[in-house]
Write a protein of this length. Structure first.
Length: 287
């Protein structure tokens, strides 16, 4: 009998000890939760080193022909027959993405010209805008004079050390009251170089009379010569890729960009620990 009473007392003592340990453990856990919450609220963070973007000192305007003739499917891309529009948007978007450090703008034209994207260092945004452009949105004629003129107008207040326009067209200027060569002379006066890309298998100078879908390569060449730029003739997608690689090598003055202060936040870690401990307390209380 005394032996049974002793064992019962031992069990009671052990139970009280376990209960005491559980109560103390819960209390310590609550204090830990409180400490982690306070630590999270203080917003711990560290200044992360971010290399500054090299700025080229160049404003580059891409002037893109979106006239009706761009729907002609006389190009090949990855072994598939594609329209001029599909070839230009794919290669053009890749070109824009490689312009890190340039301030790039996009002007598109058909019957009218409009500003599709302002000058920005966000070349990815320009690339996406090229990829989502729509043929005929500005009319189906070819008004390269207004397209180039709008690019020059946007460059009037530019303070960039180098100002460049890349003008791509697959047709003949048949809209607008301004002579393209007169606009090229204005570009020369403004010290803006215009590089031109004549796109399309057939040239106006060798095409049959009245033939459609031909490009006026002579006028585009004259525009580039007057403004001090270069002219490129593109008959295939491979030519287009070669041209964009050549344009990638445009000279520019590099300078160190402005360094941004970017903070690495750490508050989420103590907050997560506090949440996990709280879940554990709730689970134990439910048992």
């Amino acid at each position: 009998m005394p032996e049974r009473i002793g064992k019962a007392l031992d069990r009671v003592e052990k139970a009280e000890t376990v209960g005491s340990l559980k109560r103390h453990g819960a209390l310590y856990t609550l204090w830990a939760v409180w400490a982690f919450i306070i630590l999270a609220l203080t917003g711990p963070r560290d200044l992360a080193p971010v290399p500054a973007l090299k700025i080229t000192g160049r404003d580059l305007a891409i002037v893109l022909d979106l006239s009706g003739s761009m729907v002609r499917d006389d190009f090949f891309l990855d072994g598939q027959k594609v329209t001029r529009y599909e070839a230009v948007t794919k290669v053009g978007a890749e070109f824009a993405r490689r312009r890190a450090g340039d301030r790039v703008a996009l002007i598109v034209f058909g019957s009218e010209a409009y500003y599709a994207a302002p000058f920005t260092f966000d070349t990815e945004a320009i690339a996406r805008r090229i990829e989502t452009s729509v043929i005929g949105i500005s009319g189906r004629a070819t008004n390269m004079s207004d397209g180039l003129g709008l690019a020059l107008k946007r460059m009037e207040t530019s303070t960039a050390e180098s100002r460049v326009v890349i003008l791509l067209s697959d047709g003949v200027n048949n809209m607008g009251a301004t002579d393209p060569l007169g606009v090229a002379e204005l570009a020369a006066e403004m010290d803006v170089r215009v590089h031109t890309i004549a796109l399309g298998p057939k040239d106006l100078s060798t095409a049959e009379e009245g033939e459609r879908g031909v490009v006026d390569a002579a006028t585009l060449r004259a525009i580039s010569e007057i403004s001090g730029g270069e002219s490129f003739r593109v008959k295939t997608t491979e030519d287009l890729v070669t041209v964009t690689a050549a344009l990638d090598r445009l000279e520019a003055t590099e300078s160190q960009g402005l360094a941004a202060e970017v903070f690495q936040e750490y508050w989420m870690w103590p907050a997560a620990l506090a949440a996990l401990l709280s879940v554990g307390l709730a689970w134990r209380a439910g048992q």
